[in-house]
Ligand binder design. Structure first.
Ligand code: DX5
Ligand code: ZN
Length: 227
């Protein structure tokens, strides 16, 4: 069974934005970005600390762009539902950190969010394939989570292909997201491998013209997608 692919979605990561001006930085990508990707880090699951629920709630009040929360935190079973309840359109937890991924994905959906599940570079897809019906998105990390501006790991592309193949076989509407080192030099490979949602931090917020950078990324992704 085949389904119509969604258009390529571009999700600038606020991690590379100016944290003293989050409202302006969200507005800077209005009308261009599909999602604003917000990296929540707790200094336990990853060796970095960014922001948490109060800041996400504040951003939700002002952001003209729907919010995609990427939770790099321990115990998402306990913490992730609040981000969905607060109004994030998509909430992604790391499967390595979750004690009951199935129950968590169901809770996120029940709270009105799209449920996403992330895989670190060292985490294989096959053991989690059965969770597909519970998910709206699978995030394949293309760097070790924790920091922006790292080099793209092309050795993760086979995993993107494997997830895409599972989605195709299941015939569902699950999106495949890539995050880490996505730029004009790497996005084509991601698109060819079957990604739908492209997170870009430094490639967008590090650019002088963020809107133009998004447009360039989107055009390259659209050109190289074939599903
Ligand atoms: C890294 C974060 C990414 C990060 C990507 O752990 O999950 O979202 O912001 O930044 P770039 O695009 O600069 O690699
Ligand atoms: Zn991220």
């Amino acid at each position: 069974m085949s389904t119509t692919p969604p258009p390529a979605l571009i999700a600038p990561s606020i991690l590379s934005a100016d944290f003293a001006r989050l409202a302006e930085e969200a507005a800077r990508v209005e009308g261009h970005a599909d999602w604003l990707h917000v990296d929540v880090m707790d200094n336990h699951f990853v060796p970095n600390l960014t922001l948490g629920l109060p800041v996400v709630e504040a951003l939700l009040r002002v952001s003209p762009v729907p919010i995609d929360c990427h939770l790099m935190i321990d115990d998402p079973d306990r913490w992730a539902p609040s981000y969905a309840e607060a109004g994030a359109q998509s909430v992604t937890f790391h499967v390595e950190a979750a004690s009951d991924p199935q129950a968590l994905a169901r809770t996120l959906r029940a709270a009105g969010a799209r449920a996403g599940m992330a895989l670190k570079p060292g985490t294989p897809w096959a053991p989690y394939e059965d969770l597909l019906p519970e998910l709206d998105m699978v995030l394949v990390m293309t760097v070790e989570p924790g920091f922006g501006g790292q080099s793209f790991m092309a050795d993760q592309l086979p995993k993107v292909r494997a997830v895409r193949e599972s989605v195709r076989a299941a015939g569902g509407e699950v999106w495949v997201q890539v995050d880490g080192g996505v730029s004009v030099t790497t996005i084509e490979q991601c698109a060819e491998a079957g990604a739908d949602v492209f997170v870009a931090g430094s490639a967008v917020y590090g650019a002088e013209d963020a809107a133009a950078a998004i447009g360039h990324l989107r055009a390259l992704a659209a050109e190289h997608r074939h599903r």
